[in-house]
Design a protein around this ligand. Structure first.
Ligand code: MSP
Length: 507
């Protein structure tokens, strides 16, 4: 039976159309999902949208539409964006889905009935015009930090989740599962800043707005948006109504999240799961932020374009490649169009595109496009073949360690050595000498075979381009199992060469 791999992105707030930062997480999750599928896993890849809460309610009001009308439009746009980025999700969950709503209500009720959720009083400093609660330390000169007006101490009835009850078990879980939170620095941050000072019970209902999932046994309350949102990872699998998919895919193998929401995924979520008696996810990876000019990507600053503009201008794989290759996974990184262009030109147009184009063109020029492998080897061949043969394991190791950018760089290194191999073996010189014909055929076979293997290994990252290369090669050997030097067919008639990436000229 195939091993299971359940990978998730955060479910995004549809408060505005998605930007390149949202694409970043989703492209990485997609690449990992595709890679796992390629290598034989039974993958379940989920993304979606987190649609409730006061902010969305306000935005809809400003736009003069209902919250549902407001989010529907953004979700249509998001699904279209994922399609143009070739995101291969298996399931798209919306927290406004009826199944999800009903299941969250059941989860909330179960926790209430077993005593993990209780009714209490929420006390806080409240700004009436802003409808917001603040803590003492958030106030500016004792006033509301947003509008500068007086706040008042109010108390309101609310439900609480007994987070404190699970503190010891949570710490023990961290200790026993050193890979639960990655990168490691994020784990230390959680322990030092949030857990060791002592977990307080969490307020899990609100009465100050209505755009949320109603607590079905006390309908003036809506479920706190994080309880609603985190539950998506199991309600989509049918929990608590149907256990077929739960048995198959739970616990999740990997929750991929931005660093700002690691806290919710490694504190609230595990405690909720412990309370529900469910196993915890195997890993939560908190990646860094993509910034623009070193700052936040922000709608109000208007500092970003619709990601589709980049796709239209440079191609989907240029955007995917940039997101996957540019930033060391885990760190913050800067997004700039200049860097996207220069990455596309150097890696995709020069290293990969030129290699493929000149190799296929030479095979056509010298052998009518038909492959032969007379195996007339020289020393440099062994070096190249060994490198290509080692690549599969190296890439696998890098992906398993979630070092996506390094996995890609390893493939690029091999492609660079192919270019060097051309320069050193000089096929155009061999072609002038009839007695070197078999040597020439061997050189070209080695190159085509290296290209085929790199294309298969690149397919999770730049699937369109990988397909185009395999199509030009006209090979049937496209499986992961065929990633073994020598599997490329002999007497294979290649298709005509086609340019993969045009060099982008900057103005
Ligand atoms: N709805 C919550 C998540 C609930 S998950 C149960 C949320 N949504 S969000 O719309 O704010 O999106 C957060 C995620 O989008 C981040 O965790 C991150 O993965 C991704 N990103 C949003 N902006 C980003 C960047 N500028 N850079 C990288 N990732 C970014 O939080």
């Amino acid at each position: 039976m195939k091993e299971k791999f359940y990978i998730t992105t955060p479910i995004y707030y549809p408060s505005a159309n998605f930007h390149i930062g949202h694409c970043y997480t989703t492209i990485i999750a997609d690449a990992i999902a595709r890679y796992k599928r390629l290598t034989g896993y039974d993958v379940y890849f989920q993304t979606g949208t987190d649609e409730h809460g006061e902010k969305i309610e306000k935005k809809a009001k400003e736009a003069g539409v209902t919250p549902k009308e407001y989010v529907d439009k953004i979700i249509e746009n998001a699904k279209d964006l994922w399609k143009s980025l070739n995101i291969s999700y298996d399931y798209f969950i919306r927290t406004t889905d009826e199944d999800h709503i009903r299941r969250v209500q059941k989860i909330f009720k179960k926790l209430y009935e077993q005593g993990d959720i209780y009714k209490g009083t929420y006390e806080g400093l409240y700004c009436v015009p802003c409808e917001s609660f603040w803590t003492e330390s958030q106030l500016v000169d004792g006033k509301c930090p947003d509008c500068g007006r007086e706040v008042k101490l109010v108390s309101e009835e609310a439900y609480f989740f007994k987070l404190s009850k699970y503190q010891d078990r949570l710490v023990k879980y961290y200790e026993e599962h050193p890979d639960f939170i990655l990168p490691l620095s994020r784990k230390n941050e959680m322990l030092n800043n949030f857990i060791n000072p002592g977990l307080e019970d969490l307020c899990v209902s609100r009465t100050s707005f209505t755009w949320g999932i109603p607590v079905d046994f006390d309908s003036k309350h809506v479920v706190y948006v994080w309880v609603d949102a985190l539950s998506n990872y199991i309600t989509s699998l049918g929990y608590p109504e149907d256990d077929t998919l739960m048995k198959k895919y739970w616990p999740a193998t990997l929750h991929l999240v931005g660093k700002e929401i690691v806290r919710f995924h490694v504190i609230i979520w595990p405690c909720m799961l412990m309370a529900l008696g469910l196993p915890l996810p195997k890993q939560v990876f908190g990646h860094g932020w993509l910034k623009i000019d070193g700052g936040k990507i922000s709608k109000s600053l208007g500092n970003y374009k619709d990601p589709r503009e980049y796709i239209n201008d440079y191609g989907v794989d240029a955007v995917r490649y940039y997101a996957l290759r540019e930033v060391p996974f885990g760190s913050d990184g800067n997004f700039s169009e200049e860097a996207l262009i220069s990455r596309t030109n150097s890696d995709l147009a020069n290293t990969l595109g030129n290699l493929v184009n000149r190799t296929i063109s030479m095979e056509h020029k010298y052998f009518d496009g038909v492959t032969k492998n007379p195996r007339v080897y020289e020393e440099i061949d062994h070096e190249l073949i060994e490198r290509v043969n080692n690549l599969k394991n190296i890439v696998e190791g890098k992906i398993n360690g979630l070092k996506v950018n390094e996995a890609i760089e390893e493939i690029m290194e091999v492609l660079r050595s192919c270019n060097k191999y051309i320069d050193e073996s000089t096929p155009w010189t061999l072609a002038k000498d009839e007695s070197k014909k078999d040597r020439l055929a061997t050189v070209l076979y080695n190159l085509l075979e290296s290209i085929r293997i790199c294309a298969i290994l690149l397919s999770p990252f730049i699937p369109d381009t990988a397909n185009k290369i395999l199509e030009q090669l006209n090979t049937k050997e496209t499986s992961y199992e065929s990633v073994n030097f020598g599997a490329l067919e002999e007497n294979l008639k290649l298709n005509e060469p086609k340019i993969l990436f045009n060099r982008i000229e900057t103005k």
